[in-house]
Write a protein that binds this ligand. Structure first.
Ligand SMILES: Nc1ncnc2c1ncn2[C@@H]1O[C@H](COP(=O)(O)OP(=O)(O)OP(=O)(O)O)[C@@H](O)[C@H]1O
Length: 717
């Protein structure tokens, strides 16, 4: 008798389901992790209903897609869409056997009541606190850890929005109003100064959010806010009696986002209009200009999700400002709250309309779900008027506004884009879901900063990625010449749009001699990295010919055919741009960091003369402009990044951004994705998309499933 017969698990009531899950894993519909979790539960509880085991697999699957739980009702209504199965909307051709059974077939005939009943299991599922691996609340099924994150984050927010700050105390009202007036002197009687209102809202309680689109002045506002707070703190105790300056830290979710804020904050602090404050320079000196990543701030430790700073070892600060908060996921938010001392305040800055974090939990989107309509109570409106002198539309007031509504403010005017800017107008129309307006903006050919190209064959892709296809922009014929002048107030000269030829040529022409000193190579690397940031091709998908996996080798081939890239050795060549895809604390590199491969001189011990060797240059992102050189062989999780997914581009900005959409509709291509892609463009934006795909995308919204917003609307504060 064959001994293996005894080792094989006996068939159980879960065997057919697990076989289906296996096919999904093979097809790339489900992660092996999700299947293992379901199999583990099936093994622990052979009596569990298969619908419970399926729910567990799908709840785990949804986490991988950024949802903090499984919405049972949505899965029953339209399983393919709610679960994104098949992924990216396209089933891969099967090489053998019959096509996989889709989730809709497994759920056929299942009612919500039946699924709810199947989820009743003493050891596997509970309705809240406990130790069961699953939590079932309303129509939502959670893995316990994520239910716990939602619970603790909503409690932390509820506690902090109810925590008044010293600056908002009635006896401090006159000083607050005075300092706000000192910082915001240009009064425009006709329009509400939302930046001033935002400062007032943010100083009022221990938690607040300032949201706004690109260039609406989030950085400008927060720097003024910090000036107000430091001024009030320093002057506490009366004349001549110096108060204590607040301990303030600034952080962002990724190295790239931190580096960007590092660049803009120093000049915002230098340009602060402090003339009306007696202690102007002391205030300026008390505003931090160094921005760190959230991981570094909390003190990440290799191989563990726990941080050095936590409830037992809180951060030594009074105020934490987190920028690019749309990229914060639920788990990170939970770690931040855990590490905050009880009396410290937290301010989130970000664009609520951008794509949410890749990890589970659309924290900013959830918290700002009601920001467009304000929902300020009479109390809030009266207090804001008293301290800012600003009035706003009664439509933004709501007697039933929640405590969280009172802590959220939306900046409504873009100062980066002028009224004639196509990028600004496009972003607005896409955000409003107005397809016809988007078409009109392109058709009018009135905007010098936007171009539309379709179809994209090899020749037009080459034009775009090599030279930036400048002829597509109204008023441009070549990539030479002065470019244009910004039409907004600063009249900045804007050089013409470029493609990848720009940085590759600069890399070749400015390379120092082999015997040049190291600082010359550092300066060269800084220039190459800055030049690389002048153009980026973004796309929606990972796989397929129009995903990063298909585009990267294709673009490298086009650049090689132009003589811009050398042959590769072991996958590496000078000029190869790489994106870090996993945090590497040993190397000090974070997921999302981008570096460029360059040739550096190195002398082997056995040789007298130096020879060229490849290193990858990363900007350290600490505002010093230093370069971090890394041996390619030490980089374990990197990919070429001639094409970058829009998801990975969050927190970055490029002078010329090109967005390539797939030639067919896909559930991944949504309004938020297109908006995020457009708003990565600073000066020039090229859209490469079929009109009907664009229109479909604008009409499709990311529907993140989670209970944070519902909890905060319900909680008794
Ligand atoms: N009230 C204002 N009046 C005039 N210019 C302003 C005002 N506020 C901001 N700006 C200018 O608009 C530009 C964008 O401002 P800022 O960087 O603060 O916006 P942001 O919302 O932080 O942008 P981002 O989208 O990059 O996060 C800057 O050049 C800034 O100087």
């Amino acid at each position: 008798m064959n001994a293996t017969v005894f080792l094989r698990p006996l068939p159980t009531r879960h065997a057919p389901l697990l076989a289906d899950l296996d096919t999904w894993v093979t097809q790339g519909w489900l992660r092996a992790l999700d299947r293992s979790f379901a199999a583990f539960l099936a093994q622990q509880a052979p009596d569990a209903d298969p619908l419970l085991i399926l729910g567990a697999a799908l709840a785990s699957h949804q986490l991988g897609r950024g949802h903090s739980c499984l919405d049972l009702r949505a899965a029953l209504a339209n399983a393919g869409q709610a679960l994104s199965m098949p992924p990216e909307g396209v089933a891969r051709a099967t090489t053998e056997g019959s096509p996989p059974t889709p989730p809709s077939a497994l759920l056929a005939g299942v009612t919500l009541a039946k699924w709810h009943k199947a989820l009743k299991h003493r050891t596997l599922v509970s309705a809240g606190p406990g130790t069961t691996p699953l939590v079932h609340v309303g129509d939502r099924l959670y893995l316990r850890r994520y239910w716990q994150y939602e619970q603790s984050v909503s409690e932390a927010i509820a506690q902090r929005v109810a925590m008044p700050t010293p600056a908002a105390a009635p006896e401090a009202q006159a000083s607050l109003a005075e300092s706000l007036d000192a910082l915001f002197q240009h009064r425009d009687g006709a329009n509400t100064d939302w930046q001033k209102v935002a400062c007032a809202i943010a100083v009022r309680q221990g938690f607040s959010i300032i949201t706004g689109g690109p260039g609406t002045g989030k950085t400008t506002t927060v720097v003024r806010l910090l000036a107000v707070l430091q001024h009030l703190a320093l002057s506490e105790g009366g004349d001549g009696d110096k108060g204590r300056r607040l301990r303030i830290r600034l952080a962002a979710p990724t190295g790239k986002a931190a580096a960007r804020l590092n660049e803009s904050i120093a000049s915002a602090v230098a340009n602060l209009p402090l003339a009306a404050l007696a202690d102007a320079e002391a205030v300026r000196a008390a505003i931090p200009t160094e921005v760190t990543t959230v991981h570094r701030l909390l003190g990440s430790r290799p191989d563990t999700r726990h941080f050095r700073h936590n409830a037992h070892n809180p951060l030594p600060l009074d105020l934490l400002v987190l920028d690019e908060a749309s990229m914060l996921d639920l788990e990170m938010m939970d770690s931040v709250f855990a590490a905050l001392p009880p009396q410290a305040a937290l301010i989130l800055l970000g664009d609520k309309d951008q794509l949410a974090s890749v990890e589970a939990g659309a924290v900013l989107g959830d918290l700002c779900a009601r920001a467009d309509a304000g929902h300020y109570t009479v109390d809030t409106a009266a207090w804001l008027q008293a301290v800012t002198g600003e009035l706003f539309d009664a439509a933004l007031c709501d007697a039933k506004g929640t405590p969280l509504d009172q802590a959220v403010v939306k900046l409504r005017v873009s100062h980066r884009f002028s009224a004639s800017s196509g990028i600004g107008k496009l972003a607005e129309a896409v955000n409003a879901g107005d397809g016809p307006a988007v078409r009109r903006i392109f058709d009018s050919r009135k905007h010098a900063d936007i171009a539309h190209r379709w179809p994209i064959d090899d020749a037009s892709l080459r034009r775009l990625v090599v030279d930036g296809a400048p002829e597509g922009f109204a008023g441009m014929t070549t990539g030479q010449g002065p470019g244009r002048q910004d039409a907004n107030s600063n009249k900045r000269p804007v050089p013409p749009p470029v493609g990848y030829r720009h940085y590759l040529t600069l890399m070749r022409e400015r390379q120092p001699a082999i015997d040049a000193p190291q600082p010359a190579f550092d300066a060269w690397a800084q220039q190459v990295l800055a030049a690389y940031g002048k153009f980026q091709l973004l796309c929606a998908l990972r796989s397929g010919p129009q995903g990063v996996e298909g585009l990267n080798p294709r673009i490298a081939g086009l650049l090689r055919a132009e003589g811009l890239l050398e042959a590769e050795h072991g996958g590496w060549y000078p000029g190869r741009p790489v994106l870090v895809t996993r945090n590497d604390y040993g190397l000090g590199l974070m997921n999302g960091d981008v570096g460029v491969t360059l040739a550096l001189p190195a002398t082997l011990p056995s040789e007298k003369r130096p020879r060229w060797t490849l290193r990858v240059a990363f900007a350290t992102g600490d505002g010093t402009g230093s370069i971090h050189w890394v041996l390619p062989s030490r980089l374990r999780a990197v990919e070429t990044v001639f094409a970058m997914t829009v998801h990975k581009s969050q927190g970055s900005e490029f002078a010329h951004t090109a967005l390539l959409l797939p030639d067919r509709a896909s559930p991944i291509v949504t309004r938020e994705l297109v908006y995020t892609g457009i708003t990565r463009a600073r000066d020039w934006f090229t859209l490469a998309a079929a009109p009907e795909v664009l229109e479909g995308a604008i009409g499709r919204r990311v529907d993140r499933v989670g209970g944070l917003a519902a909890r905060l609307a319900r909680l008794d504060y």
